[in-house]
Ligand binder design. Sequence first.
Ligand code: OOG
Ligand code: MG
Length: 255
Amino acid sequence: MTNEEIAAELGQAARNLEPIRAFSARDEAFSIETAYDIQWLLVSARLGDGEQLAGVKIGLTSLAKQRQLGLDAPVYGWLTDRMLKRSPASIRLVEHIHPRVEPEIGFVLGTALDKPVTVDEVLALTSEVFCAFEVVDSRYQDFKFGMADVVADNTSAAAVVMGQQVSTAGLDLAAICCSLKVNGMEVASATGDAVLGHPAAAVGWVSGRLALVGRPLPAGSIVLSGGLTDFVPLTAGDVVEAIFSDLGSVVARAL
Ligand code: OOG
Ligand code: MG
């Protein structure tokens, strides 16, 4: 299959809400490099439809997420303005295939991210941070995919529910605690260091990747650092809440 054919099949799966078979199961040689080219084709199509780039999301940055999906290295995908919602938000299940939510720490860039940067430099160029739910909705059947598959699928990105933005002054992002509750019951908890030892390390990682492909992020972009805990599937009527020390909380209701 050509890159264009793979992108078209993924785009159609997302539009029709019909999950497809992983491409790695059809072609063993399907590579991560090719997958990032396909991802950009898909994102370009969205931009052609009038969406605006809002930033990037980084995934597979915590052991919880890596174990859950059986994959072992970070990946990134693109966020557009149409994916962003404010907390508290409703997630309409009929608009998704099999959505799951995961709590994350997000960054707002005060200046452009246009070169590889260290953790300290990430913190210096961050204007604010926020807690969030990422809604992931794999376009593959049963959420089963390899590394290249998930990259081609824009790393399952579907939506982001954003909490209040807060200043980073005096915050230790590695020590922030997150409690994930479904219908009032805690189902998981983690601290910020679950993400590569420090959430800013994920931003540092992606800065190197974006520099390699020559796609800088302008000031004001957002960067999601990756799920802190396992994701949870959504069933109609569920109220999911993530409560963070220092960052407030984020709420999503499944309709
Ligand atoms: C893949 C994307 C991983 C994260 O935060 O780890 C991700 C998926 O969960 O389907 O977004
Ligand atoms: Mg995520």
